[in-house]
Design a binder for this molecule. Sequence first.
Ligand code: FAD
Length: 399
Amino acid sequence: ARKTVVVVGGGIGGATAAKYLRMMDPSIDVTLIEANTNYYTCFMSNEVLAGERSMESIRFGYSGLKGHGIHVVQDRATSIDPDKRVVRTQGGQRFAYDRCIVSPGVDFRWDSIEGYDARVAERIPHAWKAGPQTLILRNQLRAMRDGGTVLIAPPANPYRCPPAPYDRVSQIAHYLKRHKPRSKIIILDPKDRFSKFDLFLDGWKRYYGYGTDDSMITWVSGAAGGTIESLDVKAMTIQADIESFKGDVINIIPPQKAGWIAFSAGLTNEQGWCPVDFRTFESTIQRKIHVIGDSSQASPMPKGGYVANTTAKVCAAAIVADFNGGKAPRPSWINSCYSTLAPGDAISAVTIYTYRDGRIVKVEGSGGLTPQEFDAGMRAREAQYAHSWFNNITADVFD
Ligand code: FAD
């Protein structure tokens, strides 16, 4: 009989897995269940905030995947029954599977900041899932007076895309410098360091006066009292560890956990993420269900789109091998991650990972970081690579 795979979530992980399953073995029947008609990439959504890019340019539909013979179902998965091997949807549909792949992205821990919840997020956006949230934040930045203050509150680790809050700070700073140069950005951070730390700080010094009395950007670290406790929407203030801060625009990026369906299907551990066997990304809790993307616990790999994409391919190859009576191939993963300091000045970090003794380890001597020393030509090329990476990965996922 034909083998059937049901994929829950048509974001970066799920769409890649569905497409690669069909490319590796066209005899497999693949159904992709996705709640939305279009997908907006989080990557490059910070450029939308900066006014450098349109919403349309980060919007992707599912016709490419349909062209690969995937049954794309626009509906929300509401349950997965691991014993009967059936996925059910809000629309009352029922899909039986031999294997299920779950890639629902992240959900937010709404109970962690007093005064902040899903309803308040319509006014105080997180913009950590691209789409309407991106537009809310963009419009608020546009409407803000010159001389206003933007408060940005990133979460503690682990969360989706570790350098992205600081890429966002850079992009917004660039926008403000051009259009509202008397404005300020205050980062309220529970951490004392972050991804590409020295490169970001160096860029902020170069472009936004960081470290001077007139800096556009102030970074309040965890040690300096940056951990936030509560939000007062009416007063537009955030109470942090030591003092309170007032903003004209507030962007809170709440702490995160695996997507809701992963909890309801019993795939999560005490940390709120999904443990998996790294050779196959099959759940170590529920058989025949694989979890990929941000919801899976795949440390030391960060939660990122490139990782979701490469993990999806590892997972698809393992399922195809299993269906054909073979063994899962030995996996290897790649992650490269670009951040922008200002248009024409980008930085990157690249790592290659391999599987060893049940763990994911960095390949020694692989990858690297943009050199600290500023080289305008190299930075301009990195900016170009960042855009070509975006074009390549979105084609790899959706075309
Ligand atoms: P997602 O891509 O979020 O996909 C999840 C999908 O599942 C969604 O479409 C959702 O609608 C759907 N879904 C959820 N639950 C259900 C359900 N019950 N039924 C049906 N559908 C459901 N990564 C990089 O590699 N490079 C970058 O430069 C980069 N920049 C970023 C910038 C920002 C501002 C942010 C926030 C993130 C960035 N990322 C980047 C991270 C990247 O976007 C995520 O890691 C990636 O999208 C994870 O893929 P995923 O498949 O796990 O989840």
